[in-house]
Design a protein around this ligand. Structure first.
Ligand code: CA2
Length: 148
């Protein structure tokens, strides 16, 4: 199985600010652990980060035929982006949404996800471990649902 892990705007700042919310690990560190976990499950994972909505949309669109599944932390675009939702709905590649924080314990504007309904599942509130949980869930989902 081949997975694409996408990270949205400002996640490149992880480890530099707001450690009380997001922890002190860098995105590269989190992604190294996620890629290693996927490998331990005989899956290949590639990760990318962009602050640009259109770039994320293009990566989702390009995933068809190249990846079996997508793990995505759309970051702030979660709450605003019809374009990302449409890309996830239309790409034909199953996706799982991840958030480091539990957005329901935060400001009301974070309580709505436009992208979650275009995903097969969502993981939040477990910090970087959420990527591992999302990979595990997505691989199981693909095993049980692919071709149905
Ligand atoms: O909890 C999450 O993973 C979020 O997707 C993170 C987004 C936020 O807008 C979502 O509501 C929830 C923010 C990512 C920005 O991360 C930073 C990290 C360090 C310093 C500043 C921002």
């Amino acid at each position: 199985m081949k997975l694409l892990i996408l990270n949205g705007p400002n996640l490149g700042l992880l480890g530099t600010r707001e450690p009380e919310i997001y922890g002190s690990e860098t995105l590269a560190g989190m992604m190294a652990r996620a890629v290693a976990f996927a490998a331990s499950r005989n899956a290949e994972a590639e990760w990318r980060q962009s602050d640009i909505e259109g770039e994320l949309v293009a990566w989702i669109g390009g995933a068809r035929g190249a990846f079996d599944g997508i793990v995505i932390n759309p970051a702030a675009y979660t709450h605003t982006s019809v374009a990302l939702r449409d890309a996830l709905s239309g790409c034909g590649v199953p996706a799982v949404e991840v958030h480091l924080s539990n957005v329901h314990r935060r400001e009301p504007f974070r309580h709505t996800s436009l992208t979650a309904a275009a995903c097969v599942g969502q993981v939040m509130g477990f910090g970087a471990d959420g990527y591992r949980l999302a990979i595990e869930g997505l691989l199981n989902w693909l095993t049980n649902n692919r071709g149905k």
